[in-house]
Design a protein. Structure first.
Length: 275
């Protein structure tokens, strides 16, 4: 064996000896899970409180396996699997991530994670996911400093039966805007929890197809709304081009019936005038 190759092998053996046994076993465990499940998904745990992490994990038990390990362990495990498609996930490895293993296909798993999110109170600096509205009605707040706090975000309040009541509706944060500290404080006092927290899918590997998917986040509400809009537009388009299908035929029959009624009315009028 050439001297250079002998030195390289010695260095490799030396590095392997330096790796603790538990790390070697952990690498093998992660590699085995990737090989034995259809989907390997990476998700962000950023801003996910520990209590909700464990609650979601408990709710997903039996559907998904979840592991949190260091970046170097994941990369070594990916190297063990030896898949070019899987290798493309390495740049997606960062801080605050969790690994998911499942036999569901990647987009189904992403949808499961979207459904597992739970409501959380907003913090200063969060981005409002939608318009945050406060409706009129009683609160549990007593008069005092709370009056000025609520007033600072534009809420009109009055004292009713010893408690504060909100008199007029008000939008205190617009969708896409950064939530200010005083607004976050008021929302907390009014028990408004506008934020959805959970695991945020980053990328996934489908072993069955040997493919990776980036940007796999699923917004079911938005998808359904887009689907409804697409169905509505496709129906109008089909009617405009006079395309006959089981969806449009009722429309054409109804229209023909109305036109028939109009024509008959005109004919009857002409005949009565001619007579």
């Amino acid at each position: 064996m050439p001297p250079k190759k002998q030195k390289a092998n010695k260095k490799k053996q030396s590095r392997e000896k330096d790796i603790p046994e538990y790390k070697i076993k952990l690498v093998q465990e992660i590699a085995s899970k990737i090989k034995n499940h259809r989907t390997f998904l990476i998700a962000s745990t950023k801003n996910l409180p520990s209590s909700q992490f464990h609650e979601i994990k408990k709710n997903l038990r039996g559907k998904v396996e979840i592991k949190v390990v260091k970046k170097n362990i994941i990369i070594r495990a990916i190297d063990e699997v030896k898949s070019a498609a899987l290798d493309s996930l390495k740049p997606k490895m960062g801080a605050d991530i969790a690994l998911f293993f499942s036999n569901e296909e990647p987009f189904t798993l992403s949808g499961i994670l979207a459904e597992s999110k739970s409501s959380s109170k907003a913090k200063a600096g969060d981005i409002a996911p939608e318009d945050i509205n406060v409706e009129p009605g009683p609160t549990d707040l007593v008069p005092g400093p709370a009056i000025s706090e609520l007033s600072s975000v534009g809420l009109k309040v009055a004292v009713e039966s010893g408690k504060l009541a909100i008199k007029l509706p008000r939008t205190i944060a617009k969708k896409g805007e950064e939530i200010k500290e005083n607004v976050a404080s008021v929302m907390a006092k009014l028990n408004i929890a506008p934020m959805l927290v959970g695991f945020e899918p980053i990328a996934a590997y489908d072993k069955q197809d040997d493919k990776t998917y980036i940007g796999i986040k699923i917004d079911k509400k938005a998808v359904l709304e887009n689907l409804r809009m697409s169905i509505s537009k496709s129906f109008s388009f089909a009617v405009n081009i006079k395309h006959i299908s089981k969806e449009t035929v009722k429309h054409f029959i109804t229209k023909a019936g109305l036109e028939e009624s109009v024509l008959l009315k005109k004919l009857n009028t002409q005949q009565s005038q001619g007579g």
